[in-house]
Design a protein around this ligand. Structure first.
Ligand code: ATP
Ligand code: MG
Ligand code: FE
Length: 332
């Protein structure tokens, strides 16, 4: 199979060409980070306009770099949701127009299925497996017993981890996107602030990060009121340790309970150095379960992951028609 895939759910316009479900022949990502930085976050209306402006060029680049012509392709895969509706629609309409022009089938793909399948580029998936999904909008543990069989065994009851990172970063004045900046600061700091590990000892696989976020924001305000300087590096380190403690504890507990062959990590926060380091350490003690973490370029949003998931969706017979529409909210 040779799949052209499209991802525009948030602020990255991306098109990739994937051969046989694993080989990334090209993966072009036009990021809008520099544009949204000025607003302190992604502005949906601005995002969709920039997708419109860049998508044609990104299609052409993906085909050129892969040295592929439309006639070589098997199908087109595109992110159907969840995401910003205006952004999704640009990718979906571009994908449908391209498919219509070249007489190709279209497959709609769930964005989080894409994040999960980004791991297949590194290491073929082996079942049963667990994925720790940690992104800007999702935090969940997903059990898979076969391809395209997703069971969410636990999820956040409020904020996603990436969202908590971005909000804390904004309060400290670090700007958008905050995750990588807090991560960098955390590596230079010490854990000196006492922060909660919410729900860590509860007998379930759910998470909650809004209490931690509020605790950090309160700490900053209290220091300000007393006229005391807050040490950003130590605060970042304390925050990151709290997040990593909770995520790794619950992930490892689930790995043991479900006795899986692989633990995958997926989503933008999979780029986090503290989380990667901790999981590598902890998984040394569980030699029968292999830890797989994608390289940084496949952690954040990209079309390659949509092409990989799209290949499996296509092979199991999934097809969308020209009525394919964006879905801002969509279950895995
Ligand atoms: P979703 O995938 O849930 O729809 P999204 O696509 O916006 O959300 P991703 O692109 O998967 O999210 O990830 C972006 C998030 O990852 C942001 O919140 C960003 O701050 C966070 N992030 C990126 N790098 C790091 C890092 N090194 N440490 C912590 N967080 C990070
Ligand atoms: Mg993004
Ligand atoms: Fe994402």
């Amino acid at each position: 199979t040779l799949i052209l895939s499209v991802e525009t759910s948030c602020d990255e316009s991306s098109v990739a060409i994937i051969k046989n479900g694993r080989d990334v022949l090209s993966n072009i990502v036009a990021s809008q980070i520099d544009i949204h930085k000025e607003f302190g976050g992604v502005v949906p209306e601005v995002a969709s306009r920039h997708h419109v402006a860049s998508i044609t060029h990104v299609f052409e680049e993906a085909l050129r770099v892969a040295n592929v012509t439309p006639a070589d392709l098997t199908a087109v895969a595109v992110t159907e949701g969840p995401g910003l509706i205006g952004s999704l629609l640009v990718g979906i309409n571009a994908a449908k127009a391209f498919a219509l022009a070249h007489d190709l089938p279209v497959v709609g793909v769930h964005h989080i299925a894409g994040h999960i399948y980004s791991n297949h580029i590194v290491e073929p998936l082996q079942f049963p497996l667990l994925t720790l999904v940690v992104s800007g909008g999702h935090t969940e543990l997903v059990l898979m017993k076969d391809h395209y069989d997703f069971e969410v065994i636990g999820e956040t009851l409020d904020d996603a981890v990436g969202e908590a990172y971005d909000k804390v970063a904004r309060t400290v004045g670090l700007g958008y996107p905050g995750g990588p900046k807090i991560d960098r600061l955390a590596q230079e700091g010490k854990e000196t602030y006492d922060l909660p590990r919410v729900m860590i000892n509860q007998d379930n696989y759910n998470f909650s990060f809004s209490g931690l976020k509020s605790a950090v924001i309160n700490l900053i305000h209290n220091h300000k009121q007393r006229g005391e300087e807050i040490r950003n590096k130590d605060l970042a380190c304390s925050f990151q340790n709290s997040v990593v403690d909770v995520l790794s504890h619950k992930a490892i507990k689930a790995v043991k309970e479900y006795d899986v062959k692989q633990l995958l990590v997926a989503g933008g926060v999979a780029a986090n150095s503290g989380l990667r380091k901790r999981l590598i350490e902890e998984m040394e003690y569980i030699p029968n379960t292999k830890l797989v973490i994608p390289p940084l370029k496949y952690c954040t949003d990209n079309a390659a992951m949509i092409g990989v998931a799209g290949t499996f969706a296509f092979l199991r017979g999934d097809r969308s028609d020209m009525s394919l529409n964006g879905r801002a909210n969509m279950d895995l």
